[in-house]
Design a protein around this ligand. Structure first.
Ligand SMILES: Cc1cc2nc3c(=O)[nH]c(=O)nc-3n(C[C@H](O)[C@H](O)[C@H](O)COP(=O)(O)OP(=O)(O)OC[C@H]3O[C@@H](n4cnc5c(N)ncnc54)[C@H](O)[C@@H]3O)c2cc1C
Length: 425
């Protein structure tokens, strides 16, 4: 009898732990073909004259794929690496490896869902099913106390009802055994130069974290090992030197090297051991904000941050950046705190939440540039970029779109006060 082979298309789910898609593929097949596409669309320039993916994220991605490859090699297999658009080669792969079904994780950003649709169309011609999984959120959509269309647009209501009526599922087990399709050529891991970065850039840019599941799990463990010390230290006050507590888990979460459920349950275990406190609550609240933006994108699409003239705006030619915007990007506004954070962002690809709020507030409310310029710049620079979290948060700071509740929740005066304190230094 013909053996059943499933192609597992990895995207922002670069892990073996708590990966329902992988667990299902292994259970429903005789062998799997893991594949990752380095899609050139993610390495182009945007209409805002920014790069879609900057250096620190590209590097983090390569490290994450390397870690995933190593993990599969530990099971006697590998992951097929392809530089190209998935819809261009998926049919070839299906034919070459006699694939019965393709599995992947559904995304919420419009560009990502378009890519899924192209792949689905291509597969349809061969009557091959593209099965969707949803593994990016803490709460599964089926476990929410409301259908997607009725999810409250106001964060505090979403939080209250979700925490009261929904459960966080336990993690899927890491596979103990995997059978891979027969294959000899698994494809080379691209270097930064293959993704159009030049040599000079590699050397000068710093980095905040190492990509991959192994490094992510080690960071989580380290964070929790220091548990009692970190949790008991109440460092929520924001100053130039201390931006408040920051777990720095975001880049691993964004690429799916860590699952939000894994983080949640590890923190819950630490809470049982050390008792709860504000830093602990901050991480759990952060995970809820993350879910909220993803569910808002799922419910409204880009209308979530759409202003009445958004269609025209997004189609119109982008004006050249004003001198003020250029200075903001370079961290040369003359404002101590804004410059510190922008330089840090440019150098390492990471700034904490308070820093993001401050530089975004400055761009939108002081320079009075359109918020989309800032969102596009963050898209290039952030190692932890994720469409829903980035565009959702920027829209939130700008008071754009549908999120009425968050408009009220964003305290502009407070941000200015923080700035004033620092200006006086
Ligand atoms: C203008 C702006 C743009 C942003 N862009 C992104 C982005 O592209 N990607 C991203 O992951 N976060 C983004 N954030 C949210 C937040 O600033 C970062 O998630 C956080 O700073 C990451 O640091 P941490 O891991 O130490 O967070 P912690 O405070 O330790 O929180 C734990 C986790 O919760 C999630 N989280 C926390 N706050 C938020 C939030 N407000 N929205 C969504 N998720 C949250 C993150 O995954 C984070 O790792 C943005 C915020 C602003 C104001």
């Amino acid at each position: 009898m013909k053996s059943r082979k499933i192609l597992v298309w990895f995207r922002n789910d670069l892990r073996l732990h708590d990966n329902e898609m992988l667990v299902e593929a292994i259970a429903k097949s005789d062998s799997i073909l893991p594949v990752y596409f380095f899609d050139p669309r993610y390495f182009e320039n945007t209409r805002f004259e920014t790069a879609k993916t900057g250096l620190t994220r590209a590097r983090f991605l390569i490290e994450s794929i390397y870690a995933l490859r190593k993990a599969f090699q530990g099971f006697g297999g590998d992951i097929l690496l392809i530089q190209g658009r998935p819809e261009d080669s998926i049919l070839d792969l299906v034919e070459r490896f006699e694939i019965s079904e393709v599995y992947h994780h559904r995304e919420v950003g419009p560009e990502e869902t378009d890519i899924s649709a192209h792949v689905e169309d291509a597969l349809w011609k061969q009557k091959i099913n593209l099965r969707h999984f949803i593994g990016h959120t803490l709460y599964n959509k089926e476990d929410l106390p409301f259908p997607i269309k009725d999810i409250p647009d106001i964060f505090s209501q979403f939080k209250k009802k979700t925490e009261r009526d929904a459960i966080v599922k336990s993690c899927f087990e890491t596979p103990k055994q995997i059978s891979f399709v027969e294959n000899k050529e698994w494809g080379a891991l691209p270097g930064l130069e293959d993704l159009n970065f030049d040599d000079g850039e590699h050397i000068t840019a710093g980095k905040d974290a190492e990509g991959g599941e192994t490094a992510g799990l080690a960071h989580l463990e380290e964070l929790l090992e220091q548990g009692s010390e970190i949790y008991l230290k109440n460092s929520s006050k924001v100053t130039t030197d201390s931006p408040g507590f920051s777990s720095k888990l975001s880049a691993w979460l964004a690429l799916g090297c860590l699952s939000p459920r894994k983080v949640y349950w590890q923190f819950k275990a630490a809470e049982n051991e050390f008792g709860g406190n504000s830093n602990f609550n901050q991480v759990l609240l952060g995970l809820l904000w993350r879910d909220y933006f993803r569910f808002m994108f799922k419910k409204h699409g880009i209308k979530f941050f759409q202003e009445p003239d958004f269609e025209q705006l997004i189609a119109a030619p982008v004006e050249e950046d004003s001198d003020l915007v250029k200075k903001w990007k370079a961290g040369e506004t003359g404002h101590l705190l804004v410059d510190k954070y922008m330089q840090e962002l440019n150098r390492s690809g990471f700034i904490p939440h308070a820093g993001r709020l401050i530089v975004a507030t400055y761009l939108i409310h002081i320079i009075k540039a359109h918020w989309t310029k800032g969102a596009a710049y963050f898209e290039e620079k952030l190692t932890d970029y994720s469409a829903a979290s980035n565009w959702g948060n920027w829209a939130n700071v700008a008071g754009a779109g549908l999120s009425v509740g968050s408009k009220g929740a964003f305290d502009l005066e407070k941000q200015f006060k923080i700035m004033d304190v620092v200006v006086l230094y």
